[in-house]
Structures are given as C-alpha cells and as structure tokens.
Design a protein around this ligand. Structure first.
Ligand SMILES: *[C@@H]1O[C@H](CO)[C@@H](O)[C@H](O)[C@H]1NC(C)=O
Ligand SMILES: *[C@@H]1O[C@H](CO)[C@@H](O)[C@H](O)[C@H]1NC(C)=O
Ligand SMILES: *[C@@H]1O[C@H](CO)[C@@H](O)[C@H](O)[C@H]1NC(C)=O
Ligand SMILES: *[C@@H]1O[C@H](CO)[C@@H](O)[C@H](O)[C@H]1NC(C)=O
Length: 232
C-alpha cells in the first residue's frame, strides 16, 4: 500500500508524464480547432460572397462600358452630378459604418441588393419594350446582347442575396423575416409600356450601373470586415 507521500509523488509523476504527452498548447489547440470547426464554413461563406461580389463588379464595369457606348454613344460617358434618389446612399460615415452590427450590415446589404435588382429589372423591361417597338437588325442584335448581360448581372445579384440571406439565418435562425431576405418574394416592378427611350431614361441606366459598381466595392468591404471578425 502506498504511503501518502508516495501517492503524491506518483500523482506528480503522472502529471508530468501526461503533460509531456499532451502539452498544454496541444490541448489548447484541440479546443481551438473544435471551436473553429463550427466557424470555418461561415468564414468560407463570407469568402465566397466576397469573391462573388468582386466577380459581379467586374461584370458590371464591362456592362457599364457597353451600355454607355450603345445607349449614350460614348463608352466613357461620365457625369458625377447625375443622381437617382431611389438608389441606396453610397457615402456613409466611416465611423458609423464600422459601428454597424453584423446583423445590421447583412440586413442593409439585403435591402440594397434588392433595390439594385429591382432597378435593373425596370430598366431591362424598358429596353426590351423599346427593342420590340422599333429596333431591328444589327442594333436589335446588340440590344439583345445588352439585355442578356443585364440579366446575368441580375442572376449574380440574386446569388448574392441568397448568400446574405443564408448568413442572416445562420446568425439568427429563429426570427429571420423571410420577406426581408428572400429575393423572389418582391413584387415585380411595374411594367413600362414600350416606347422610345428618352435621353433621360437612357441616362438613368448609366446612373444605376455606375452606382452599382461603386456599391459592390462597398459591399466587398462589408464581407471583408465580417470575415475578419471570425478569428480562428
Ligand atoms: C479565402 O480565400 C482566399 C483566396 O481568395 C484563400 O487564400 C483563403 O484561404 C480563403 N479562406 C477561407 C477560410 O476559405
Ligand atoms: C451633368 O448633368 C447635369 C444635370 O443633367 C447637367 O446640368 C450638366 O451639364 C452635366 N454635365 C456634363 C459635363 O455633361
Ligand atoms: C434576430 O432577428 C431580429 C429581427 O427579426 C433582430 O431584431 C435581432 O437583432 C436578431 N438577432 C441577432 C442576434 O442578430
Ligand atoms: C421612336 O423614334 C422614332 C425616331 O425618332 C420615331 O420614328 C418613332 O415613331 C418613335 N416610336 C415611338 C413609339 O415613339
């Protein structure tokens, strides 16, 4: 039978042996890995959203040039003083942007993406109407290509909306308001009867695409910030 002192010695030896096999840092890293494993997918999701945002922006830049060339007769058309009040405000104070909670950031992204999707839908319908009315041959063909490019951007925006909606439900699974985050539940924008697009209406398309391009830069920053908050 071990004496009291012997037993203490034995315990100490065991502890040392145990420590040498499983150093504290190893144990800590196991705990960390365990915690991180539930966060890696979320970080990867933000990563995906970030890449998708950048890809979409590249597409928007290309479309903006094509649109300007076709509809305004100048690839490099630019007029910064032109604004549309129905588009999301692009200039936000850095401090208030930084102070947004993750939830507010995602909710705002969801709203803004919806707005751009709707604006593109309205513009696309207008162009389609004008195309059906009077454009033919070569010009009709390039308008069709333009319409398809707008549609592709809309698909990307919808994909982004789905990502944001997923991230919101991941963050808050019990109380997500489905109408606030599901893209397909918005009422379709009111249909514009076919007519020649006026200059003002054409310029509107330029403003939408120009602001969408800038907006996607801002959105990429949002995803970068969201991803950076998930530490491994
Ligand atoms: C995110 O993407 C970058 C490359 O774009 C990659 O280097 C990094 O490992 C990715 N991170 C995660 C968590 O997927
Ligand atoms: C920009 O648009 C505004 C408002 O329509 C107009 O008054 C101004 O002349 C335009 N500027 C240029 C450089 O075309
Ligand atoms: C969950 O959603 C509600 C609204 O549906 C919101 O007010 C609340 O802040 C959300 N909670 C979190 C943790 O994001
Ligand atoms: C569109 O414009 C052309 C030329 O400017 C004109 O001949 C045609 O009648 C217009 N169509 C409509 C629907 O306004």
């Amino acid at each position: 039978m071990m004496s009291h002192v012997d037993f203490d010695d034995y315990l100490l030896q065991m502890t040392v042996w145990w420590r040498s096999l499983f150093p504290l840092c190893y144990i800590l890293s196991c705990v960390q890995l365990y915690c991180a494993s539930s966060q890696v997918p979320q970080k990867a999701k933000y990563n995906y959203s970030l890449r998708l945002t950048r890809l979409t922006r590249t597409g928007v830049q290309r479309l903006l040039n094509t649109y300007n060339e076709q509809q305004l007769g100048n690839k490099d058309f630019e007029n910064r003083s032109l604004r549309l009040s129905s588009l999301p405000l692009l200039s936000t104070e850095f401090d208030s942007w930084l102070r947004l909670t993750d939830w507010e950031r995602l909710r705002t992204a969801s709203w803004d993406l919806h707005t751009y999707w709707d604006m593109l839908e309205r513009k696309r319908k207008q162009l389609e109407g004008a195309e059906g009315e009077q454009m033919a041959g070569q010009q009709g063909q390039s308008t069709m290509t333009l319409l398809q490019s707008i549609k592709n951007i809309q698909l990307d925006l919808r994909d982004l909306m789905k990502q944001v909606s997923f991230q919101m439900s991941h963050m808050n699974s019990s109380s997500v308001n489905p109408t606030a985050s599901t893209p397909s539940q918005n009422p379709p924008p009111s249909y514009q009867p076919p007519s020649n697009l006026t200059w003002a209406s054409r310029v509107e398309g330029y403003i939408i695409l120009r602001d969408l391009n800038l907006y996607l830069i801002k959105l990429a920053r949002d995803f970068l910030l969201l991803a950076s908050k998930i530490q491994l």
